[in-house]
Design a protein around this ligand. Structure first.
Ligand SMILES: [Zn+2]
Length: 218
């Protein structure tokens, strides 16, 4: 019996690292507010429930296409499916300001890796107020990741770049290098380590970004 419970303890499980979309939720300043409204409602006598969604393409857990910061970049509908399905590593960042090359060098990052950064940001999701002081990828960190030729990078707030600085520089360095970017992850309950990742953005023609469902398997 001891053997059986041991098997149970090691049983693999799926972890949802996505944010639920809902009206009034936090969004990037200047991006459209999120409104999700039931327009057919069974409680009001309609035959079924149907909602209308009004959201920006960079709402909640989402991916950035190269087209987001590169005029002739690819739309997210052209992303190869296998780019976002496969092994991934969650790295817990110590720096409370930004993710810098200096810290990244200590993690032995390899070509083709999918790296998700868990920072102190994940606790901000409890609030609907936008936090300007979130931890972002500094431009030297972004250039380091580009040099390493990682496959994908994820972060646990609404942008890989900073609010006050390194927004354009960081996005361009990653997207120009062909790195797929996930933003708006919730890694609060996730420990640093190795997982399998599945993250698929909604397929919108020639989109600069799209909401995504991201899950880890451990
Ligand atoms: Zn972005």
């Amino acid at each position: 019996m001891a053997g059986k419970s041991q098997v149970r303890q090691h049983r693999k499980k799926w972890i949802d690292i996505s944010i639920s979309l809902k009206s009034g939720m936090v969004h990037w300043p200047g991006d459209p507010a999120i409104r999700i409204k039931r327009v057919l409602n069974m409680d009001k006598g309609d035959d079924c429930n149907v909602s209308v969604l009004s959201i920006g393409s960079h709402t909640g857990t989402h991916m950035d296409a190269p087209l987001h910061f590169l005029r002739k970049g690819k739309g997210l509908d052209q992303m190869p499916i296998d780019a976002m399905i496969g092994p991934a590593r969650v790295i817990e960042i110590k720096d409370k300001e930004s993710i810098k090359a200096e810290e990244l060098k200590t993690y032995k990052i390899h070509k083709g890796e999918r790296i998700l950064f868990k920072t102190s940001n994940s606790r901000y999701w409890e609030s609907n107020a936008f936090r300007k002081d979130f931890v972002y990828i500094a431009q030297d960190g972004a250039r380091y990741l580009a040099e390493k030729q990682v496959c994908a990078v994820g972060i646990d707030y609404l942008s890989v770049g900073g609010f006050y600085k390194d927004s354009k520089e960081t996005h361009q360095a990653l997207l120009k290098a062909g790195i797929w970017v996930i933003e708006g992850l919730n890694l609060f309950k996730v420990k640093a380590g190795r997982y399998d990742l599945v993250c698929l953005p909604v397929k919108i023609f020639n989109s600069d970004g799209a909401p995504a469902r991201a899950v880890l398997y451990s």
